[in-house]
Design a protein around this ligand. Structure first.
Ligand SMILES: Cc1cc2nc3c(=O)[nH]c(=O)nc-3n(C[C@H](O)[C@H](O)[C@H](O)COP(=O)(O)OP(=O)(O)OC[C@H]3O[C@@H](n4cnc5c(N)ncnc54)[C@H](O)[C@@H]3O)c2cc1C
Length: 487
């Protein structure tokens, strides 16, 4: 079987013996899976988690730990930011499109304050502080950052800007800390975990209802019965090269895969095999870490035609997506002697010249193209405005101090960090849907195995946040399903 074909389920009639059984079987013990397990167990369900690695954590444990939460969390309020559910909803509807699932975004926003409380109640602490550098996780144990271009055009005109990425109280990247807390919370419930156990196929009955999972445990196949439901939380597919090339060819070009071996698409392929629809499979988060520091936004980004294509002060994930999908991975950040800085990841000017004419020639841009762009930009910048892409006034300065530099932001010269956003089509309740909109009975999913809040656009923190919230909702649905007599 090729590694991008859907995985045909096993017929329950061929199962000779159930090796294990539980009410709810959760596949994957990352952020979505751990929250699903805790929720189902706290509702009284008998829960079994299958995890292919030798311990829980998943990609979430390697992450920055930013969690997109809003609507007026205690951290936002105590750090002096006003936010409400409607403003969060308006922002996400605009920033996560096109093609958003409005019902999912509504549930995500309405559930955000409760999700914050739930995390604190389950041992994940948050300091009540703001960190002024946007984008990535603070190096300190500070909590709140802007992470999706909320304060940049056009979103600052669509919704009142508020920072919403919340990092648990640990210095630097906090994904490991977050997962340690969630795994501890899961261990306080009656949840059972089978590690080194890789789910390989779903098991369906004669009506196509999912009744279990075939898993490989240290070489041996095990049949595991799910009396109420199977919840797929097995991550995305950025580590499956063949699948990425087939479904998300642009992402396959990115040079840094934001994921672990577990992101092999197995959850999506098992779901598809049971009849599920997979949607937005071409979508992905793509970041070029141009900043911090935020002063880098004073530069001017130009494409392979020597023209601007975006406001430089927006989220670097938005810049990366546009650069990869729309500019063929060809762009440079133009700076002058006054604005030049080597950023946090060491991006430096690859070409330096005394004039824009020489710079455009060195970059192989059409004659006059960069010169015209910079004439227009500088003319407006002298008046402190950017009527073309609406960069904020504090990031606008004329670039007129030679020498001029071009920081290489091309696919060849810069980091393009990508992970997949497409996956199984689900309801906010976690029920998995077929292409005709009907439910695959007995099957639930969440996290990057599904297409979630981000249909296309992304903001840092959305993946962990929607994985955790929709993981809980999927578990609730599975736990509430009447015990199957099938299988
Ligand atoms: C460096 C880095 C920084 C990041 N920073 C952030 C951030 O700050 N904020 C944010 O929101 N996102 C961030 N992300 C992305 C985020 O970590 C993932 O998108 C998120 O963890 C997805 O959650 P999940 O529960 O769907 O998958 P995971 O957390 O990866 O969990 C999936 C689990 O399923 C297991 N599994 C897979 N297949 C099987 C199988 N067949 N059988 C059994 N088990 C299986 C895996 O081993 C894994 O444990 C970052 C990622 C990286 C790598």
């Amino acid at each position: 079987m090729s590694s991008n074909s859907s995985i045909v389920p096993c017929a329950s009639g061929s199962v000779e013996r159930w090796d294990h059984e539980a009410d709810v079987v959760v596949v994957g013990f990352g952020c979505a899976g751990s929250c699903a397990a805790i929720e189902a167990a706290e509702l009284g369900a008998d829960v079994l988690v299958l995890e292919r690695a030798s311990g829980g954590g998943g990609t979430a444990a390697n992450s920055g730990g930013l969690i997109y939460l809003g609507g007026g969390t205690p951290v936002q309020r105590e750090s002096g930011f006003e936010d409400d559910t409607e403003e969060m909803y308006k922002f996400l509807m605009a920033a996560c499109g096109p093609g958003v699932d409005a019902d999912k975004i509504r549930v995500f926003c309405d559930g955000s304050l409760e999700q914050f409380r739930w995390l604190e109640e389950h041992g994940v602490p948050f300091k009540r502080t703001f960190y002024p550098e946007p984008g990535k996780e603070p190096p300190t144990d500070d909590c709140l950052v802007y992470s999706g271009g909320e304060e940049a055009w056009p979103f600052n005109e669509i919704a009142r800007p508020a920072p919403r990425a919340h990092k648990p109280r640990a210095p630097g990247a906090a994904g490991g800390f977050l997962m340690q807390k969630l795994l501890t919370a899961a261990s306080r419930t009656a949840t059972k975990v089978l590690e080194d156990t890789r789910a390989e196929r779903l098991i369906t009955d004669g009506d196509g209802v999912v009744v279990g999972v075939v898993a490989r445990q240290t070489g041996d196949l095990r049949c595991i019965r799910a009396r109420r439901g199977v919840v797929l939380t097995a991550g995305g597919f950025i580590s499956n090269r063949e699948m990425t090339r087939r479904y998300a060819p642009q992402l396959a070009r990115a040079n840094w895969r934001v994921g672990t071996d577990g992101d092999d698409g197995s959850g999506i392929l098992m779901g598809m095999g049971a009849g599920a629809d997979a949607i937005r499979m071409e979508a992905g988060s793509v970041s070029i870490p141009i900043y911090p520091p935020k002063e880098m936004k004073k530069g001017v980004l130009v494409n392979g035609h020597g023209q601007r294509f975006i406001n430089e002060d927006t989220y670097y994930g938005r810049i990366g997506q546009r650069a990869l999908y729309e500019q063929d991975g060809r762009c440079w950040l133009i700076v002058d002697a006054e604005t030049y800085l080597v950023n946090e990841v060491g991006m430096q000017a690859a070409v330096v010249e005394e004039s824009f004419t020489e710079l455009e020639a060195k970059l192989g841009l059409a004659e006059g193209s960069l010169v015209a762009t910079m004439d227009l930009y500088n003319g407006h910048a002298r008046r402190g405005v950017d009527p073309v892409f609406h960069k904020k006034a504090e990031m606008i300065v004329p670039l007129d101090e030679p020498p001029y530099g071009a920081i290489d932001c091309t696919l060849k010269g810069a980091v393009y960090a990508a992970f997949t956003l497409g996956g199984l089509r689900t309801r906010p309740s976690g029920e998995v849907l077929r292409p005709d909109g009907s439910v695959v009975e007995g099957l639930y999913a969440a996290g990057r195995t599904t297409s979630g809040v981000s249909a296309w656009g992304y903001a840092s923190g959305v993946s962990l946040a929607d994985g955790m919230l929709f993981g809980r909702l999927a578990a609730r649905s599975a736990a509430a399903r009447s015990k199957g007599s099938r299988g």
